[in-house]
Design a protein around this ligand. Structure first.
Ligand SMILES: C[S@@+](CC[C@H](N)C(=O)[O-])C[C@H]1O[C@@H](n2cnc3c(N)ncnc32)[C@H](O)[C@@H]1O
Length: 345
């Protein structure tokens, strides 16, 4: 005879089911100190070891996906992914240029509880050779001798640490970090894409391209490694940018290599567009800094939700490059060349 099973009485959640046992609580506190220092694969491995570490790993992953900038910018920059299971991109965050790091992927606490220190571990002013700037106690917009130093439309001067004015000077537009709402959205073809999350007006500052400043030899060495990684790992994407500042004669006079692959800021998510995209790039000098910084401004009004993009270079300038090194372009513009610009670094 079949045994009649009685309807189960709904069980009341006891205290023990709502909170973890004291030992687990201590474990959680300890784990919260250590696990935020782990990278994504290490965190995934630890999460398999027990219920408590799985719980804390999930909360770290959630917090990481809510802010790529880990409180180092004025506003959080969330990751949004509706196409695959990747929750965030793993990299160390720096809001400004830093010298080349000796370790391949330095550790940075990210996604911990309230104890996360919102201070950058990297020092600003890497290029801290003091140069004299203006003597203004307070600069007027449009009336500062630093502005007069601007050499052309693509090179702009700002006040800096060598000037007499303070951080509230109106001629330090790019030194206050990211002031527009941004988000990082996953795309099937392009990977992560930096998008606006508000209306951005034409000429508004968006962000600078921050990362490690490399010598040309080091840039070439890393590019070889990145090319190899890309041939073995489909999802790998590098963010090594080479900027050449040209003399009026047309000859290159200064070459700057910024690698945001392992250490960078939100700009490392800006994709290429063959039509030039909606961002304009400006090389910006400020007193107190030896090297210029590459800054992005809105080239036109940008609607909320629009992807931000610029041209990585001219594909037509690299005809000799082997086709296997070239990546397919998915910019979707009407003048798309089909491949991404790539140059021998
Ligand atoms: C600086 S990263 C940009 C962020 C990158 N999408 C990511 O997921 O981290 C440059 C890489 O993004 C991808 N990418 C950029 N623009 C692209 C485009 N128009 N079409 C396809 N992939 C693109 C390429 O893999 C390229 O090497």
């Amino acid at each position: 005879m079949e045994k009649q099973s009685l309807p189960k009485k709904p069980r009341r959640l006891g205290e023990s089911q709502l909170t973890l046992p004291v030992t687990d609580n201590q474990f959680l506190r300890c784990a919260d100190l250590i696990l935020p220092w782990l990278n994504a694969p290490e965190l995934a491995a630890v999460s398999l070891t027990c219920k408590a570490s799985s719980f804390i790993s999930r909360s770290i992953t959630l917090r990481r996906s809510l802010d790529a900038a880990r409180s180092l910018e004025n506003l959080p920059v969330p990751f949004l992914n509706a196409v695959d299971s990747k929750r965030y991109a793993d990299f160390a965050y720096t809001p400004f240029q830093i010298p080349a790091s000796s370790s391949p992927q330095p550790r940075q606490r990210w996604g911990g509880g309230a104890s996360d220190a919102p201070a950058s571990q990297f020092e600003m002013n890497v290029v801290g050779e003091s140069m004299c700037g203006c003597e203004c106690e307070r600069c007027e917009e449009g009336y500062c001798q630093c502005l007069a130093l601007a050499a052309g439309a693509e090179i702009v001067n700002e006040c800096g640490s060598g000037c007499g004015c303070g951080s509230d000077c109106p001629n330090r537009v790019t030194q206050k970090g990211v002031l527009v709402r941004l988000k990082i959205v996953r795309d099937e073809k392009k990977g992560w894409c930096l998008c606006s999350d508000q209306l951005i007006k034409k000429d508004q500052f968006i962000c600078e391209y921050a990362g490690e400043l490399l010598t040309t030899d080091e840039a070439r060495r890393r590019q070889t490694i990145y090319d190899k990684l890309r041939s073995t790992q489909q999802s790998f994407s590098s963010a090594l940018l080479v900027i050449r500042e040209h003399l009026p004669s047309g000859q290159a006079c200064l070459r700057i290599n910024i690698d945001a692959t392992s250490i960078g800021n939100v700009a490392r998510f800006i994709n290429h567009s063959c039509d030039g995209g909606n961002l304009s790039t400006v090389l910006l000098r400020s007193s107190g800094a030896l090297l210029p910084r590459l800054c992005f401004f809105a080239a036109r009004d940008i609607a909320a939700g629009e992807e931000l993009s610029f041209s990585y270079g001219d594909v037509r300038l690299t005809p000799g490059e082997s086709t296997e090194k070239k990546l397919n372009c998915s910019c979707g513009s009407s003048c798309c060349f089909g491949t991404l610009p790539c140059e021998n670094t």
